[in-house]
Design a protein. Sequence first.
Length: 408
Amino acid sequence: MTLYEENDLMSTNVNRGLETRLRAELDEMSEKGIHKELLYILGKQSAVVDIDGLGETINLCSNNYLGLCDNADVMRAIKDGTDKYGAGTSSVRFICGTFDIHRELEAKIADFLEVPASLTYTSAWNANEGLFAPLLSEEDVLISDRLNHACIIDGIRLCKAQRKIYEHMDMDSLRQALESSRDARHRLVITDGIFSMEGEIAPLPDIRELCDRYDAILAVDDSHATGVLGDTGRGTPEHFGMHGEVDIVTSTLGKALGGMAGGFTASSRAVVDMLIQSSRTQLFTNSLPPFSACGALAAIEHLEDHPELVTKLHENTRYYREGLEALGYKPIPGETPIVPVIIGETADAMNLSKQLLQEGVFVIGFGFPVVPRGEARIRCQVSAAHEREHLDAALAALKKVGERLHLI
Ligand SMILES: Cc1ncc(COP(=O)(O)O)c(C=O)c1O
């Protein structure tokens, strides 16, 4: 079965050699069962979504952890923001792309996370990619967990600092990296707060202790933890009772906080000011659209007023994890709403995901290069938007398909 028929027109404006090679590679992916097909959602992101051609499915794969994507306050703020500020900025921040709503949102983020300052970007990808080069150079060492997010890896590649990778959440390996970097001017340790493919929480107190011992800067990408961890959703530092103990926090506005685009870096005033001066993903790309800033501000305010959303997320997570284990699945242990089940081969994970979709449950399979080879998985994500009936229906489908495929 080829994706492109022999007599499909070759594009006239793409080099023929390139087109032929790409078609062959894509066909090979298709034959191996690892070619990604995009599914089109009709309507809003929510606990149940209507997928084009498949109908209503229980959504267990969005980052809509607090269910704020279709929250009335957030949507109202976006509409009002569009009326007030128009469609976009048409400029980078330092030319004419800074609006009063950026200042208001950045003050709110800083206040929410109890840090002195913050700076927004059009995505957390951009926040991380633009973080390191302005702060560090050849005399410095960047020390990163092996399983950190791709945008951290790319950000590190764009920085001239020396690099050291420590084994995933392995404090001995981190200690060795720090020990061998004693002579550097600065050492910066960067970790995901919650690891997006594993759902594990970084051992922040241990990392902080090592950073203190070696006078290292601690940076945490809390994209999956903001709005999720801690009693009030202030993230990994709150989870461990470590308010104000992380030097730099990056995170997204595109997951729990309303699911729009946007990200930020929160830190000291000097760090933020230096990013304004020389972070390339700040200097050379448009600023966050004002309507997104309005929506994100409303999402944080909503979260502050409704900590019970975080409690519901935690309760749903416990319920779902216990339900999955009772069926005989062995998810990666943990307490976060990211609940991955390792399947092994990419094609098998994608097949499981396909069969679950046919049973009305939307869970995506991940394989290489998103996760290491041989560790393909389905990643279930729980939300405060889920009611018990959604979780029960999803578990029933997992039982049916799991037994059919001899997984449980
Ligand atoms: C840990 C982590 N950091 C950063 C990002 C990027 O977030 P954004 O969509 O805001 O660019 C993601 C998103 O997948 C993530 O999981």
